[in-house]
Design a protein around this ligand. Structure first.
Ligand code: F6R
Length: 255
């Protein structure tokens, strides 16, 4: 893992957008992995800025979302397909149907999970995946206590995740769905390159466990220790519980 401790979300957004820009310059038909939630929003704003400046194009790219709530109405603004359309996809030039997510409205969600895994495999998996991390150490919606080798699957959300996400649902946890469809940890591990972004003190314990903890179902993000191309970009507060922080700074500065 490469760890970058950066002063603010501006620097994080610039460096992650550089990774997307470099990929698309080399491979215009790249497969992008998109996360929802608040962490990647500054990255998406920066990518939109570059698109509007004519520096980057998504015309030939495809994108897969990490996850989707199960049971929200198709037009619910917090459905992740709608969220990504609003904050990113609808603001750049993806082709129609180029951005897809798991089908949280399917009658048979287990079948929808398998179909999504197959769709990703047929696309040759993701070239560059952006991730956030939950305060309980989840990536996508892989909650603690699950398999470290799961494909796309249905996931019961923890109380902590539903509390954290209640801010998107008028602060009312009862409005946050309790079930989601999510890429599994095995699905995510197929991504050729991964960048995870985290900001704020509330992420510090999860970040320290992910980078320095023992690999365990208790902290699902620890599975990223097995991936050979992961960059973690964090602000000072999210980095504040890392024991080897001085070493990570030295390694980052040396590259
Ligand atoms: C979203 C997702 C989640 C979030 C995580 C952090 O697609 O997969 O793992 O990345 O819950 O959410 P924020 O960024 O809102 O703190």
């Amino acid at each position: 893992m490469r760890i970058a401790v950066l002063p603010s979300s501006n620097e994080i957004a610039t460096l992650v957008a550089d990774m997307y820009s470099e990929l698309l310059a080399k491979k215009p038909n790249a497969v992008l992995g998109l996360a929802t939630g608040s962490s990647p929003v500054p990255v998406y704003d920066e990518l939109v800025r570059r698109y509007e400046a004519g520096d980057i194009s998504f015309a030939d790219a495809r994108a897969f979302l990490l996850d989707e709530y199960v049971g929200l109405p198709v037009d619910h603004p917090e459905g992740y397909r709608n969220f990504i359309e609003r904050v990113f996809a609808g603001r750049v030039n993806f082709a129609p149907d180029a951005v897809v997510g798991p089908n949280g409205q399917a009658d048979d969600v287990e079948a929808a999970a398998s179909e999504y895994q197959e769709q990703m495999e047929s696309a040759g998996w993701v070239d560059l995946q952006i991730l956030g991390i939950g305060t309980d150490g989840h990536i996508a919606f892989n909650e603690p206590g699950g398999s470290l080798t799961s494909p796309v699957h249905t996931q019961v959300l923890t109380k902590q995740t539903r509390e954290d996400n209640a801010r998107f649902f008028d602060g009312d946890i009862s409005k946050v769905p309790s079930l989601a469809l999510t890429q599994g940890l095995e699905t995510i591990s197929h991504a050729k390159k991964i960048v995870l972004v985290a900001e704020g003190k509330q992420k510090a314990e999860a970040v320290a466990q992910m980078v320095e903890g023992g690999v365990s179902a208790l902290w699902p993000a620890t599975v990223l220790q097995f991936h050979n191309d992961v960059t973690i970009m964090v602000d000072e507060r999210a980095a504040s519980e890392l024991k080897l922080i001085d070493h990570y700074r030295a390694v980052w500065d040396a590259q």
